[in-house]
Design a protein around this ligand. Sequence first.
Ligand code: PEP
Length: 275
Amino acid sequence: MARTTFIGGNWKMNTDRQSARALAEATARAAANLPIQVAIFPPFPYLIDAAAALAAAGSPFNLLLGAQDVCHHPNGAFTGGVSIAMLHDVGVRVALTGHSERRHVFNESDELVNAKTRAILKMPEGGREAGEGQLACILCIGETLEQRRAGQTDAVNRRQLRAGLAGIPGEAVDNGRLTIAYEPVWAIGTGVSATSADAQDAHAKIRAELSAMYSHSVADGIRIQYGGSVKASSVAELLAQPDIDGALVGGASLSTDEFPAILRAGAAKAAGAIA
Ligand code: PEP
């Protein structure tokens, strides 16, 4: 199955209001008319500004507004929480779960990552609650350096995949709404990317696990992004691998030179120029 190349830009806590607007506008210009899917993940307070900037730039249909995190509860006494319905209300259409900084800085457990992923991918039953079933999800997984050195990369990926997707049926992921991001923790923000061969090996094993969990055809349709120090200079080689369907980009997504170049490499993959 042809999987549309998907490139995400995770701005983390690295913009102010003005630079968020400018970056959203620049990304909209760069993404317009490319045959790929793109998402930006601004900090929460600037989502509305970013949505306005995308609208002013003509709302390219292939550019999604994303949230870096969600609260899995629909409403109530959850101080600091931001619900899926609230995010949907301000234009968010995709959310990250299990980013390594949520797991390792904020101590999010596999169970919490699963609760968030389940809440996002929940299929509407009867009447649809606001936001329910309307966001896509990028579930991030990946091993630490210590785990890699201990030869546990594949075991960690399998565990985080199975735990993150526990209780989520095939129908909920067989519609383009689930993307997996393989992001080795040791590669995030360090300037050291996995080699394309190592990343391809991990991605193929992740796809095989998805196939065992669901079916070959479901696994074949799920996009797997690579993340970890992706740069314009390294992305083409990564995207040339058959199981690397895109990239989740942190630092380089803040650059109005680097990120457009990464999007163009994504378009080259989509056009078959790199395969
Ligand atoms: C990320 O935040 O998901 C990421 C991969 O960051 P960086 O590209 O900066 O390593």
